[in-house]
Design a protein around this ligand. Sequence first.
Ligand SMILES: [Zn+2]
Ligand SMILES: [Zn+2]
Length: 332
Amino acid sequence: MVPAMTVKFWGVRGSHPVSAAEVSHYGGNTPSIEVNIPGLVIVLDAGTGIIPLGQDLLQRRKGKSTAPPIVLLLSHLHHAHIQGLPFFAPAFDSSTRLYIYGPAYKDQDLEKTLEVTMSPPFFPISLDSMVARRTIENLQEGQVIDLPPSEFKPQTAAASDRPVDEDTLRIRSYRSDAHPDSVFIFRLEWRGRSVVYATDIEEMDEVDPDLVRFIADCDLLIHDTQYTEEHYHGQLPERPATAGFGHSTAEMACRVARAAGAARLALFHYEPSYSDQDVTSLEARARKCFADTFAAREGLSVVFPALGPADMAVRGAARPVLFHQPYIKRQD
Ligand SMILES: [Zn+2]
Ligand SMILES: [Zn+2]
């Protein structure tokens, strides 16, 4: 089986990183996900999960004359989603081709904002020290980024329904205000497969119809599931209500997955104080309202098998395979 597209979770925790035996199963790194197709690496967010991913990418290119370009998509600029960037090793390697897309803040370009986060007194090493050949661009509302396979050089457009070659990876974006300072949701499409990354979003009671259309019929929906319903509504002792914080419950994510006809749901962006046991019971509850659900964990890969032309239009023709591989290789 030739893997067509692999989604690997490197950081699945919301708000801030945690480290404790009680969270070691799902992991304590903040959001970062790798989407891999032959010759190209897409990275969704630069939480602390991007640090081990960066080390792994450098390992993979050892002894090779070229390295796949890296496209980093930033959903928004809250700390937990950018705090790993200053430690992303490939950015400090001149042989890396790095494209970064993310939101401008008011009149301030993304590049300027990243410069500020990497300057004293916040950090001693400047953005200029990242010697990778890099392009940093503001992401516009509804923007489409096409990556044709010849060089995987991004071609951006305000919006596009023009058909693309099946080997072109298309990134669609949707801006939502259901999170403080707003957030971009991404949809990646390639060779008949589609993955949606919807983190840091609060779905409220009414499902956003435009978002449902954006997600429609995807093969994998990765969705913010920070809280239990009881926590969200303030029904737990010593836990204040979290309604309005910009995050969802597992049940909200299930509702969106059902409305959009997603094939599979990945729970993501867990409340940092939740133990492994808490996340496992979140998953069990979510499966009752959306059966094809799994809780994302660090080191978990979702591998979509290659599809022949006849299968490509048939959703669910080839179910993805899940496997877990811890990324910390011990050298005894
Ligand atoms: Zn977040
Ligand atoms: Zn956020």
